[in-house]
Write a protein that binds this ligand. Structure first.
Ligand code: AMP
Length: 278
C-alpha cells in the first residue's frame, strides 16, 4: 500500500496505476476510519483493479469551527486498518496542498441547499462539492464509493457528476450499524458509553417510523417519531423529515423504495445524522 501526500506525486504515479488499463475505484473519507468506511473499501476492491482511499479533513465543508477542531484524526491508526484491506493507495494531503489559496469558486446545488443538511449547515455542500471535484480531477477514478449514511451528500454528488459531466460512476453503499442499530460514524468516538447506548435509540425510532407509515399518514408518523426523540432529554432534535430518497422533495404519502426518513440531532456536543429508506 502506497501512501501519497502530494498531488504531483500522485500524478507521477498514475501511469503505473493505469498499467494494463486498470480500473481505479476511489473511496473519499475524512479518516478516523471504522467498519463503515472499510465496507466501501471492500466494495471498491471487489469492483476495481486498484483502490484509492483519500483521507482529508476538508476545512471548507465545516460550518462550525469547533466541530472542525474536535474532528477525530489518527492517520497512523487509519493506515494500519487500511493495510489489512485490499487498498492500494492512500492519498492523504495537507490542507495547504489541497488549497494553496481559499477557493473563490462557489457551487450552489439549488433546492438541495435549502433543506435538511443544506439549511442546517450553510456552506457545507459547497465545501463537499469543491473537495470532491478536486479529488475527482486529481485522482481520476472510474468509480467512486459513497455511503447511504450521508444520503443528501449522495444526491449532491450525483448532481455534481451529472451537471459537470465527470466520467465517473457513483456507487452507493448501505449503512453499516452496530448490533444495537447505531450507525457507525467517526463522530461516535466523541460519545461516552452511555451516550452511545442512547444514540442507538435513533435507529429504533427510524425503524418504528418505517412500520408506522404503512398504516398512518406521513404527518402522523412524523409526529409520533418526533415525540419519541423529544422524550429523550439528552437529544436536541434539529430535524426529522420524510422525503423522496433521490430528489429530497417532501413526501405527502409513502411510495415503497423511495421514502426516506432523515434525522439530525445533537447529543451532548456531538451532531449525529441517520436515515432509513423504506
Ligand atoms: P466521512 O469520513 O464521514 O466523510 O465518510 C466517508 C464515506 O464513508 C462517506 O461516503 C460516508 O457516507 C461513508 N460512511 C460513513 N459512515 C458510514 C456507515 N456507517 N456505513 C456506510 N458508509 C459510511
Amino acid at each position: 500500500m502506497k501512501v501519497i501526500k502530494t498531488i504531483q506525486e500522485y500524478l507521477s504515479h498514475l501511469p503505473i496505476l493505469r498499467q494494463n488499463s486498470s480500473n481505479i475505484g476511489l473511496v473519499p473519507t475524512m479518516g478516523a476510519l471504522h467498519k463503515g468506511h472499510l465496507s466501501l473499501i471492500d466494495q471498491s476492491c471487489q469492483q476495481n483493479d486498484i483502490t484509492v482511499c483519500s483521507i482529508f479533513v476538508n476545512p471548507l465543508q465545516f460550518n462550525d469551527s469547533s466541530d472542525l477542531n474536535h474532528y477525530p484524526r489518527d492517520l497512523e491508526k487509519d493506515l494500519e486498518l487500511l493495510s489489512n484491506t485490499g487498498c492500494d493507495v492512500v492519498f492523504a494531503p495537507t490542507a495547504a496542498e489541497m488549497y494553496a489559496t481559499k477557493p473563490a469558486l462557489k457551487i450552489n446545488f439549488g433546492y438541495l441547499e435549502n433543506i435538511l443538511e443544506g439549511c442546517h449547515r450553510p456552506g457545507h455542500f459547497n465545501g463537499v462539492g469543491v473537495v470532491v471535484s478536486k479529488l475527482f480531477n486529481i485522482l481520476q477514478p472510474n468509480n467512486a464509493y459513497f455511503g447511504q449514511k450521508d444520503l443528501q451528500q449522495v444526491a449532491i454528488i450525483k448532481k455534481l457528476v451529472q451537471e459537470l459531466s465527470f466520467p465517473i460512476h457513483i456507487v452507493v453503499c448501505p449503512i453499516v450499524r452496530e448490533s444495537n442499530g447505531l450507525a457507525l460514524s467517526s463522530r461516535n468516538a466523541r460519545l461516552s458509553t452511555d451516550e452511545k447506548e442512547k444514540a442507538a435509540y435513533i435507529s429504533t425510532v427510524l425503524k418504528n417510523a418505517c412500520t408506522t407509515i404503512q398504516e398512518h399518514s406521513v404527518e402522523e408518523t412524523l409526529s409520533r417519531a418526533k415525540q419519541q426523540l423529544e422524550d429523550v432529554s439528552e437529544f436536541t432534535l434539529e430535524y426529522l423529515e420524510c422525503v423522496h430518497s433521490d430528489t429530497f422533495q417532501h413526501l405527502e404519502s409513502y411510495t415503497q423504495g423511495n421514502t426516506a426518513f432523515c434525522v439530525a440531532l445533537q447529543l451532548g456536543n456531538v451532531r449525529l445524522i441517520d436515515n432509513m429508506i423504506i
